[in-house]
Design a protein around this ligand. Sequence first.
Ligand SMILES: [Fe+2]
Length: 159
Amino acid sequence: MAVKIDTGFSAKDRAAIAAGLSKLLADTYALYLKTHGYHWNVRGPNFQSLHVLFEGQYQEQWAALDELAERIRALGELAPQSYSAFANLTGIKDGDPEKGWEDMVSELMRDHEAVCATARAAFPAAEAAGDQATMDLLTERFTAHEKHAWMLRATLGGK
Ligand SMILES: [Fe+2]
């Protein structure tokens, strides 16, 4: 049964906004998975602090997945939900458990910067449609990934 959606956005706007959110959801899933894997496989003299740092970051991203997917659903679009769908939507590469800790930290830092760019790229469609709820969510996600990138950068001795 076709049930009309009447939340004040056109079907075209809802699809455009959801497309940006779907990319962000896929990036977040891929980076969540990589961060959790590095939490398991990181090695070295600072194992404990990195193990804990990565845990905080994967848990934060895990919680965000549901918010992103449910915003897509509230817009009346279907959320991507499979590894293959996420792989098609994200530019985040799989993690490598053989990497040394510095390479893991550096890779995660660059990935968070890339997710910041994805969140920023999703903004114009939401802004043009006056979708304050999505703009709030994107701002929240941008802020979180920027903070994760800072903590990883500082771990490498950067400002
Ligand atoms: Fe754990």
